[in-house]
Structures are given as structure tokens and as C-alpha cells.
Design a protein around this ligand. Structure first.
Ligand SMILES: Cc1cc2nc3c(=O)[nH]c(=O)nc-3n(C[C@H](O)[C@H](O)[C@H](O)COP(=O)(O)OP(=O)(O)OC[C@H]3O[C@@H](n4cnc5c(N)ncnc54)[C@H](O)[C@@H]3O)c2cc1C
Length: 410
């Protein structure tokens, strides 16, 4: 019987537990959880503030999950060191947990750049955890003026979540557009306009020079008076435990397709890992929930003695703000073609006969087909791509490919 330790208790940890148990029921599993909650769906924290869900419905697995999977969970403690010499994880409580292998599923930590006067701001929050949402909620009144620093996914989801509960929201960002890591200027402008029409104000291409209590003095010379500050500038993968071991790290913990790090017996999965991106043909951090689960599951299967590879991860976002749907996937690399209609913009990026990526705004039908084309890197010469944009299912494949893929059944 092997002893597995999983560091972290998010989506990647769940994937790892289910991966291990898909191979055997006997191995011992210990989960070390910094957060004092059983696993919940992190993207739902803004929906909680919006009143669209509650802490019970936010559970990612039901309350019997850990006992049914025979997991020993240690809540409210961290692993501070992986001691490969003694084969033990050292906890913040001082306890040492022996292991045969480890999965680092430690996610990421909000990045807060040095900002003058930040410690003078009385009410400031991050927006990464359920505890962040619960603390923020206590400060929201119909008169509260909120300043959100960061116009990325997390800052904007926070804005949507609290819009109906506060007096005003201003979002500022150094970038010249919203969602700058996934949208170009034209796409971002559509989203920004929609957010503005829903009561969110923006200060873009601007950043805070200095805080003085509840006033932010911007580099542009503007000043913003606020009651509550939310910092959503960005996140950094939690690479420290593996870096301390001398393992290979980059922006994330570098893993192979089995999700094993450069240190034998030490695996990594989810937002802390830098795994293979099929749309790029290289490793990068793929910080989205489905990849966290699948990477964790792959790690778990291999830790339990199975043989699994994760080779078709891609960056992918499916986001909605006040009813406007946005989907994007893959890499925006190659020749771009687009379709435009009122409030709708679709962009496709093709290189070397492959769909490398896409952006859909306002109309996201057929996204499943496009995502499969990016994920599986299907040669476009094997299908009728123009038809793929209009008709459904397997008809886009040639008769020959249909026979190979589906055995002539369709
Ligand atoms: C507001 C918000 C909205 C999002 N929306 C989407 C979305 O729409 N779609 C999507 O795909 N993704 C979305 N994401 C991203 C998604 O939530 C993450 O990709 C996913 O949760 C990553 O899972 P993980 O298990 O790798 O890490 P996490 O869920 O972050 O779990 C890691 C856990 O490890 C703990 N930990 C860290 N260090 C230690 C240690 N040393 N010892 C013990 N425990 C430790 C952390 O406290 C944390 O609880 C969103 C994220 C946020 C914050």
C-alpha cells in the first residue's frame, strides 16, 4: 500500500484523489488544506456575492466525498517543506507526514505589486477565495464606493458580483483595455462598453501612484475616493515547495505529460503547474478549472501505478458578464478571419492547416466544435471548416475521416 500526500484542496486535488481511486481503493491519501473549507468551486465566489448561489451549492463535491474516498484531510495548515531525504512533508503545525509520493496542487497566490500607502487603506481585499468573498460581503452597503485594481477576469467577475449591492464601482488597470490577457483591443472594447452600460466605470492606461487612506492618487493626476479597495492585479503560481527542492520551475512548476516534476515521485497539477499546451506545442501555465481537474487526475492515476498522459490541455475561457457571453481558446497565432454582426464578433486563427485559437463574443454557439478542433489539432483539410461554422456534428468531416473516426457509424 502506497502513501500519497496531496498539497492543496482545490480542483486539482479532487482530480488527483479521483485519479488515485480509479486505480485502487487501498492506498492511503492525506490532503493538506490551507483553507478551512471542504472543496468548493472557486469561480462561483462572484455568483455567491450576486446571490445566485450559496455556500452549500458551491460545493465542488458533496460532503461525503472525503470519507467515501478514504482521505485524511488536515484543514487550516500548510505544507511548508517537502523533505525528500526523510520522505516526509513538514506541516506548519510541526507535524510530519510520511509519503511515497506527493502531488503539489497548491494553486496560485494573488500578486500585489509594491504600492505606496497601501497599508493606510483600512478596507482592502483580494478576490481569490471564499473567505475573501465572505469578508468583502460584510463591507458592502448600497452606498459603498468600490475601487477595483485590475480589469482582468477576477477583477471584472468581482465587479459583476457586487454591482447590485454597492453605490459605485470603478475599475482601474495599467493596460489600455479590459481582459488584456485574452482579448485584443477591438474585442475588449465590446466587453467594456457592455460593462459600462451595466454601471461599471473604468480608468484604463492608468495606475495608482499612491494611496492615502481612502483616496487613490492615480499616475494620470486623477484621484479616486473609495470606501473599499479590491486588489485583483494578477496571480503567481505557488512554485516555492518544488523550487526549494531544486526542481525545475519557470512561471509554474514544470511537469511532463505524466504530471511528474523533475524530482521523481513529486507531481504537480493545476494552477501551480506548467504543463503541455496542445495549441502552442509547448509548456505553459493553463490556469483554468478543467485543466486543473484533468492534470490532477492524470497525476493521481500515475501516482497509483497507472499509466496516463495529459497531452491535450489548451487555454480556454468561457465567461459571461451581465448576459454577454465570451469564449476563447488556444493561441491567437496565424492568419485571422472574422465574422461581425450587431454585438457579435467571431475571430478564428489558422496556421499550417490547423485552427490554433478563436474568440467568440456575443454568440458562442458551436464553441464545442471549435474547441475540439483546437484541442485535437485536426487538420482543416480533413474537414469542411466553413461548413463547421454553419452545420452540426460529424457532417463537417469527409466520408473517409468519418469512417476512420466513427467507424462508419455516422
Ligand atoms: C474569481 C475567479 C473566477 C474564476 N473563473 C473561472 C472560470 O470561469 N473558468 C475557469 O475555468 N476557471 C476560472 N477560475 C480559475 C479556477 O478557479 C482555477 O483554475 C482553479 O480553481 C485551479 O484549481 P487548483 O486546484 O489548481 O488551485 P486552487 O483552487 O487555487 O487550490 C489550491 C489550494 O491549495 C492551497 N495551498 C496553497 N499552498 C498550500 C500549502 N503549502 N499547503 C496546503 N495548501 C496550500 C490554497 O490555499 C488553495 O486552497 C476563476 C478563479 C477565480 C479566483
Amino acid at each position: 500500500m502506497k502513501r500519497h500526500v496531496i498539497i492543496g484542496n482545490g480542483t486539482a486535488a479532487v482530480g488527483c484523489i479521483e485519479g488515485i481511486r480509479s486505480v485502487n481503493r487501498e492506498d492511503a491519501i492525506t490532503v493538506v488544506s490551507k483553507e478551512n473549507h471542504s472543496v468548493y468551486s472557486r469561480p462561483l465566489i462572484s455568483y455567491y456575492l450576486e446571490g445566485k448561489t450559496d455556500t452549500e451549492r458551491m460545493r465542488y463535491r458533496d460532503e461525503n466525498f472525503y470519507s467515501e474516498n478514504r482521505c485524511d484531510v488536515r484543514y487550516g495548515v500548510t505544507v511548508d517543506k517537502i523533505d525528500t531525504a526523510s520522505g516526509e512533508c513538514v506541516l506548519s503545525s510541526g507535524e510530519r507526514i510520511p509519503f511515497d509520493d506527493v502531488c503539489v496542487a497548491a494553486g496560485s497566490t494573488p500578486f500585489v505589486p509594491p504600492m505606496e500607502g497601501l497599508d493606510t487603506v483600512p478596507k482592502r481585499f483580494g478576490f481569490m477565495t471564499l473567505d475573501d468573498a465572505l469578508s468583502l460581503e460584510k463591507e458592502l452597503t448600497p452606498k459603498t464606493r468600490v475601487l477595483i485594481v485590475g480589469a482582468g477576469l477576477i477583477g471584472l467577475k468581482c465587479a459583476e458580483g457586487i454591482r447590485d449591492r454597492v453605490g459605485s464601482i470603478i475599475v482601474c488597470d495599467l493596460a489600455d483595455r479590459v481582459l488584456s490577457s485574452i482579448l485584443d483591443s477591438e474585442c475588449a472594447a465590446i466587453v467594456q462598453k457592455h460593462l459600462e452600460s451595466n454601471g461599471i466605470s473604468f480608468l484604463l492606461s492608468d495606475s495608482v501612484a499612491k494611496f492615502d487612506g481612502c483616496t487613490a492618487y492615480m499616475k494620470s493626476g486623477a484621484s479616486v475616493a473609495f470606501d473599499v479597495l479590491v486588489l485583483a492585479v494578477g496571480v503567481r503560481a505557488n512554485i516555492g515547495l518544488v523550487k526549494d527542492l531544486g526542481g525545475t520551475v519557470n512561471r509554474g512548476i514544470v511537469v511532463d505529460t505524466a504530471m511528474e516534476t523533475s524530482i521523481p515521485g513529486v507531481y504537480a497539477a493545476g494552477d501551480c503547474a506548467e504543463g503541455y499546451d496542445a495549441s502552442l506545442g509547448a509548456n505553459r501555465v493553463l490556469a483554468i478549472l478543467p485543466n486543473a481537474y484533468l492534470q490532477g487526475r492524470t497525476a493521481g492515476i500515475n501516482m497509483a501505478g497507472g499509466d496516463e498522459k495529459f497531452t491535450n490541455g489548451i487555454p480556454m475561457n468561457s465567461i459571461g458578464f451581465f448576459g454577454l457571453h465570451i469564449m476563447s481558446a488556444g493561441t491567437y497565432d496565424g492568419e485571422m478571419s472574422e465574422e461581425k454582426a450587431d454585438g457579435i464578433l467571431k475571430r478564428f486563427f489558422v496556421r499550417d492547416d490547423h485552427l490554433r485559437g478563436y474568440i467568440l463574443i456575443g454568440e458562442t454557439g458551436r464553441a464545442g466544435i471549435y474547441t475540439a478542433l483546437v484541442r485535437e489539432q485536426t487538420p482543416l483539410s480533413e474537414i469542411d471548416f466553413e461548413a463547421a461554422k454553419k452545420i452540426a456534428g460529424s457532417a463537417i468531416f469527409s466520408a473517409d475521416v468519418r469512417r476512420k473516426k466513427f467507424g462508419g457509424a455516422v
